[in-house]
Design a protein around this ligand. Structure first.
Ligand SMILES: Cc1cc2nc3c(=O)[nH]c(=O)nc-3n(C[C@H](O)[C@H](O)[C@H](O)COP(=O)(O)OP(=O)(O)OC[C@H]3O[C@@H](n4cnc5c(N)ncnc54)[C@H](O)[C@@H]3O)c2cc1C
Length: 444
């Protein structure tokens, strides 16, 4: 049964807003514009139909939709991989635009969508699908590329990065969320096998993944990482199930149970688990920032359109400052953050050694906090502008209204990041003299 109310009209974006179009941003270089324009064309020609079909499935109740959604998402990832848009880790020499800048531009465009001049309509993006792309294409592929042997790459990296099989990265546990170091999952190394015992939670792509990088404790000791081939989710003693979320509904966020799953020892990655997980942290933070900014752009476009068309008290909503001001303020902020993003990604592409710079990681963390909070705020303004409509699926789905709420936690919770940032700022080592001054006073 279709639950949409016919009396409610679809919000049809009809006006091109140059300030909300990344292609018209004077900061972008010609080669970056060309890359982005090609991606937008691909989004319109190759993905739009699939993304609309995915959205449609949200309106039917009393009908099973999960398998249909899974098939669409898997199909979309394959299409992205065929064009080199899933992972940007391979064939870097084929492109004029750097790897991390490409990753960020794809993330922005896939979340935000774009006004199409040719069809004079808005081609919407999908934040959930981008989350799936990030998890497989970056959070799985980058650590594997960092530590895998040539044989491991052949077996686990290329099927994902080249052929678009689904990858996932499993860190979070019930007792180890923000505090990753509290991980308990055991990777018991025994003869020629790694026996995995434990649970993971909130794993994007978990229940549709072909390959999962699983982090845990090697023989209950130091952290390590192993790659698991899920054998089409049929691997013995492994179970996965979807978590019902209120946003990011197509990212297949899952819980995983490993009940003594046996994995060949050849799948173990060499090195420390934390180093494997975190060496690509700066890139991840920048891509998440790009996602949030693309998403904020989409929310602003919807609020703007609705404010132009909806009439109350005999005036259009945009005639009220209380509606208009927050939208224009957010557009200003969005463009400032986009400028920072482009500078950071270009610089990281130019000087890959910056990936291990603490200041660069902190700057990327600051951008992630600001960008995801802007996404959150834009969703609030969108919700407020739309009144009761924002509250029903018919409108909140196409806009992905609740997606940015999840991203305050996804990729490292903002509050934890802010806490560590403030601790860093206030870190202070007293001099010996200062200590000597204080100690006698305390004694006295
Ligand atoms: C959409 C989505 C997708 C995800 N995908 C994945 C995935 O693919 N793989 C994966 O491994 N994980 C994934 N996660 C999990 C995510 O990384 C965790 O949710 C996150 O690390 C927070 O952990 P937690 O939920 O256990 O919260 P907790 O750690 O319990 O935190 C609860 C609250 O306390 C705050 N807090 C905790 N410590 C501090 C501190 N030191 N200072 C200040 N505040 C603090 C937090 O900010 C938070 O607000 C995903 C999460 C979401 C929402």
């Amino acid at each position: 049964m279709d639950t949409r109310l016919r009396e409610f009209e679809y919000i049809k974006i009809q006006k091109y807003v140059p300030e909300l179009d990344l292609l018209s941003n004077p900061l972008l270089r010609p080669e970056e514009k060309e890359f982005l324009a090609e991606f937008y064309e691909f989004l319109e020609k190759d993905l739009d139909k699939d993304l609309k079909a995915l959205e449609e499935l949200n309106y039917y109740v009393e009908e099973p939709t999960q398998n249909k959604k899974r098939d669409i998402v898997i199909h979309v990832m394959k299409k992205l991989a065929d064009k080199g848009y899933y992972s940007t880790i391979l064939n870097t020499e084929d492109y004029e635009v750097g790897r991390i800048t490409r990753n960020a531009l794809i993330a922005y465009a896939l979340c935000g969508g774009r006004w199409s001049e040719s069809s004079e309509s808005y081609i919407a993006g999908n934040y959930s699908v981008e989350m799936g792309r990030l998890s497989g294409g970056t959070l799985f592929c980058n650590p594997v590329n960092y530590k895998a042997t040539e044989q491991q790459k052949e077996k686990f990296l290329f099927p994902v990065a080249k052929d678009g099989q689904i990858g996932a990265s499993a860190m979070t546990e019930f007792n180890a969320g923000s505090d990753i170091f509290r991980m308990e999952l055991n990777l018991q190394v025994k003869n020629d096998k790694v026996i995995v015992k434990g649970k993971k939670v909130f794993i994007t792509n978990g229940m549709i993944a072909d390959y999962i990088i699983v982090y845990g404790r090697l023989n209950n000791g130091p952290l390590g990482a192993v790659i698991m081939d899920t054998e089409n989710q049929q691997l013995k003693n492994f179970r996965s199930a979807r978590i019902r979320t209120y946003g990011m509904t197509d990212a297949f966020v899952s819980r995983l149970i490993f009940d003594k799953v046996e994995i060949p020892i050849e799948n173990l990655l060499q090195g420390n688990g934390l180093d494997i997980a975190f060496h690509q942290l700066t890139e991840e933070r920048l891509v998440i920032s790009a996602e949030a900014l693309g998403d904020a752009m989409k929310k602003l476009l919807y609020s703007h359109t609705y404010a132009l068309h909806r009439k109350q008290f005999e005036k259009r909503l945009h005639q009220y400052q209380v509606i208009r001001f927050p939208i224009s303020k957010n557009i200003r902020e969005m463009n400032l953050l986009v400028s920072a993003l482009i500078h950071y990604t270009r610089e990281l592409d130019r000087r890959p050694e910056l990936a291990s710079s603490k200041i660069m990681a902190a700057n990327a963390m600051g951008l992630k906090i600001s960008a995801t909070e802007l996404g959150f705020e834009s969703a609030i303004h969108c919700f407020r502008t739309m009144g009761g409509r924002g509250f029903i699926r018919q409108y909140s789905n196409p806009i992905g209204l609740l997606d940015p709420y999840c991203m305050i936690h996804g990729g490292g919770s903002n509050y934890v990041l802010e806490n560590s940032e403030s601790r860093r700022f206030f870190k202070y080592k007293p001099t010996r003299r200062e200590l000597e001054d204080v100690i006698p006073r305390i004694d006295y």
